[in-house]
Each structure stands twice: as structure tokens, then as C-alpha cells.
Design a protein around this ligand. Sequence first.
Ligand SMILES: Nc1ncnc2c1ncn2[C@@H]1O[C@H](COP(=O)(O)OP(=O)(O)O)[C@@H](O)[C@H]1O
Ligand SMILES: Cc1ncc(COP(=O)(O)OP(=O)(O)O)c(N)n1
Length: 260
Amino acid sequence: MKKVLSIAGSDSSGGAGIQADIKTITAHKMYAMTAITALTAQNTMGVDSVLEATPEFVGQQLDSIMNDIFPDSVKIGMVSSPHIIEVIVEKLKEYKPKHIVVDPVMISTSGSPLLSKDAMDVLITKLLPLATLITPNIPEAQCLCGGMKIETKEDMQKAAIQIAKHYQGNILIKGGHLLDSADDLLYSNGQFTWFTGVKIENPNTHGTGCTLSSAIACNLADGHDVNMSIQYAKDYLTGALQDQLNLGKGNGPLNHCYKI
Ligand SMILES: Nc1ncnc2c1ncn2[C@@H]1O[C@H](COP(=O)(O)OP(=O)(O)O)[C@@H](O)[C@H]1O
Ligand SMILES: Cc1ncc(COP(=O)(O)OP(=O)(O)O)c(N)n1
């Protein structure tokens, strides 16, 4: 059985973060492990409170996992603070997992910051260079390329070229935040590949980014290349969104138990 590790924050409502990752990994019939960076009290309407783990405890979780059940792939989501990022970087350099997918989570869709302001620089200079693939959404891509506005698919291409100036790996800019598109753009070795998607009319998109990145990590663990890993992950995500689960009073979660 393939083993996938999620390093991320907990979402008490079960739609995003660690919980979305465990559901996704399990739906892929793989073994899920976690290193929790922060607890959030959140629901479909927003994030009410955040309690960070200490950097030491994040490091201890990683030591416990890596010294026993070594993961085939790692997905990283909410990393919260500069010191937590530093310890994750130290442990990734020590244990050298083969595939690392970084979803550079910065702000929840409801508008709450999930990354402290002083962590941005450490994220960009220390964590991103270790990643096989990074998966920013449009607001995150705007931050990574110094504030350039992204309003069209052409802007997504320009942003990818900008981001590639300080990150040499595979860049997937997710298009879910554009009004009329669910097309995602991969920029890899100077080449663009579009992963097209039909925009599903469903307001319940809580956890789409977490789900996509952990599904990609599963597919990489399974031996697929980056392009196929993204395509299969997008297919999985689309199915979970298409199922039209409607829970909670706000932006509800996906259905990971949908029938294929
Ligand atoms: N309404 C939608 N219909 C179909 N796919 C969507 C929809 N919203 C988002 N997606 C897809 O979900 C994935 C996550 O995208 P996005 O919402 O941009 O990221 P995040 O959840 O990190 O904000 C992408 O593959 C995107 O294309
Ligand atoms: C604990 C935690 N981690 C990440 C997110 C953000 O989830 P994501 O799938 O990127 O996007 P939205 O759910 O905000 O659309 C989160 N909310 N909580």
C-alpha cells in the first residue's frame, strides 16, 4: 500500500486541511499520515480561531512518521508561521521524501489569513525550492509574483513566468477563482499545459485546493508523472464537486464518497 503524508492544518468542520487530505488519500485507497501544523476552529462560514502547534512539536511529528512509516509522497498545506516552515524545511532536507506537493495556503476563501505576514519570505525562499510541484490559486499566485493582478488566462501565463524566476519546479496555477473558468495552468520547463474543466454551478467549494493537491500527491506516489497526476486529480476533484453535497450554512465541503 502507498503511504501519503499531509503536513497541514486541521479544519474542525472537516472540509479542508488535514481532514480533506485524509478523505482524499483514503478514497485513493492509500494510507494517510499527518503532521498537524495548527488547529483551526472553522466551519463553512469562516475561520473563528487558530491555535498553532509549536515548531518543536511539528518536528517531533515528522521524526515519528519518517523513522517508522516512510511516505511515498508528501503534501504540504497550511504552514502558518516562519518557525514552523523552518522546521519542516529542516526535516524535508534530512529525510528527503521523493515527491513534495506544496499548496501555498495563504488565505481561506472566507478571507481569514492562514499564513502569517512574516512567513511569506521563508515560504518562498526556503520551502518552495524543495517542492516537486506548487499549486497556488489565483490570489496566492498574485502574491507569489509580487502583486500582479490576474484576471484572465493570459494573466495566468504571465504570472507563471514571473513565479518561475524564483521557483524552478512545476507550477500549477489553479483557475477556480476566475469567473467563467475552471481551467488550471501548468508551467513546467518553459512549457504551458492547460487542464481544462467545466465550471460546475456549485457554491460549495470548501476544500477544493486541499483536495486537488493531496490527490496529486497520491497520483505521484502511484508512479504517475506530473501531467497525469494533475489530470487524474482534477477528474477526482470534479467528481467530488459535481456530486452537489450541500452541508452547512455557508461554503460547504465536497463529497469524497461519490460513486464513480
Ligand atoms: N466551480 C468549479 N467547477 C469546477 N472546478 C472548480 C470549481 N471551482 C474550483 N474548481 C477547481 O478546483 C481546484 C481548486 O481550485 P481553486 O478553487 O482555484 O483553489 P483553492 O481551493 O485553493 O482556492 C482547481 O482544479 C479548480 O479548477
Ligand atoms: C486548515 C485549513 N487549511 C487550508 C484551508 C484552505 O482550503 P482550500 O482548499 O485551499 O480552500 P478553501 O477551502 O478556502 O476554498 C482551510 N480553509 N483550512
